[in-house]
Design a protein. Structure first.
Length: 383
């Protein structure tokens, strides 16, 4: 595992690892995820309709913001910020022109944004935003930020002295259109795709600069089909609330999903956002009704899955009908499903996951999942 620190008492596939993360950077959870998009108003309508997000907050021309408009949506503990530029020559416009719609900011909720900035920068992080305090009648928030892979940012958010809806500068987002939530609860993990040779570099970044540990490593034997392969290292913070798998392509007969992503995103970036639910059957039933497209799982997958995962609470026929996959580790089992890309470029997509004790990432589903992705690549002519 390239001498990366591993997490105390974590058990995966029979492997026991006992060292723990150097938690000099305590993180309470994911504060928000910000996407730069071409049309935030329309994107907000999509995520409300299809995913069941609820209106929370807004900033734009009406609030004095001249360079951007942002819609903040929430479901469970997930806050999604959709930002569009007002200036065609701005950095936001340039980001969208190059990458299309995609994740720009993975914001982390911390107790001390100044200390978080100082600790990471002194260890080698490239600064993005020095600590600054913003305030309104609801109190104050301290924010700072650093660069990570590609053009992705980590913003540290300290909000213990703030009682407002989201951040100073935002007002309540009023809407008469409020579809029912689909049961999404929190961000389980977020996956970064990096160039060949970049996985170890960024895993080392998360260990040395942010105090994370290597939870598990997958090589090209774990994640491969006849045609394509990738490698991945899952990095986690000390309390396990933040998990960042880092993927890089591996050599194969054809172009892997990681290479396709890098080509169309024009570089490294966030490949998918995994969001958790406590009732995946309800969640996926609702999302399918609302038009969300999911990867196709061949019916033959379910012929042997029962032998592999054993007894589960859910009806396997229902899972088969919905295309939900199942996997088990030493701690329990999980259920998961993956959307198709949520924009026309084959880049960002979502994973919906329900954990029934399992702490792993569905290793037993990798082959079926990758074959489904390859089928989509073949249809696009990019395999």
């Amino acid at each position: 595992m390239d001498n990366l620190t591993t997490v105390k008492n974590y058990s995966y596939s029979g492997e026991k690892v006992f060292e723990k993360a150097q938690d000099f950077l305590p993180i309470n959870g994911t504060d928000y995820v910000e996407l730069y998009v071409g049309n935030a108003k329309q994107a907000a309508h999509y995520y409300k309709t299809a995913f069941g997000f609820q209106s929370l907050a807004y900033c734009g021309l009406e609030t004095g913001s001249r360079d951007r408009t942002s819609y903040v949506l929430q479901q469970g503990k997930i806050r999604l910020v959709l930002t569009t530029p007002m200036d065609p020559e701005s950095d936001i416009s340039n980001h969208i022109r190059l990458h299309g719609d995609g994740v720009k900011v993975i914001a982390l909720w911390v107790d001390d944004a100044t200390k978080s900035f100082d600790e990471t920068v002194k260890r080698g992080a490239k600064p993005f935003m020095e600590p600054k305090t913003i305030e309104d009648e609801n109190g104050k928030v301290v924010m700072s930020g650093i660069h990570t892979y590609g053009e992705t940012l980590h913003i540290f958010v300290e909000r213990s002295a703030y009682s407002g809806l989201f951040l100073p500068g935002f007002v309540k987002l009023e809407s008469e259109y409020n579809p029912v939530a689909t049961g999404l609860e929190y961000v389980d993990h977020m996956v970064g795709n990096v160039e060949l040779g970049g996985m170890n570099k960024w895993a080392k970044f998360y260990e040395e600069i942010m105090g994370f540990a290597n939870l598990v490593t997958f090589d090209d034997k774990d994640i491969s089909t006849e045609y394509t392969a990738l490698m991945s290292k899952v990095m986690t913070n000390g309390n396990g609330r933040i998990k960042f798998p880092i993927n890089e392509p591996a050599h194969g007969k054809k172009k892997s999903q990681i290479e396709e992503y890098l080509d169309f995103y024009q570089g490294p970036g966030c490949q998918h956002i995994a969001v958790a639910t406590n009732n995946i059957v309800f969640t996926i039933s609702e999302m399918r009704k609302r038009g969300v497209e999911f990867l196709y799982v061949p019916g033959s997958y379910y012929d042997t899955v029962g032998e592999r995962v054993g007894i589960i609470e859910e009806d396997m026929e229902v899972l088969k009908k919905l295309g939900i996959m199942v996997d088990r580790d030493e701690e329990g089992y999980l259920l998961q499903i993956f959307t198709k890309p949520v924009e026309d470029r084959p880049t960002l997509f979502f994973e919906i996951i329900q954990r029934k004790g399992a702490k792993s990432f569905g290793k037993g589903n990798f082959k079926a999942l990758f074959e489904s992705i390859e089928a989509e690549q073949e249809r696009r002519g990019t395999l």
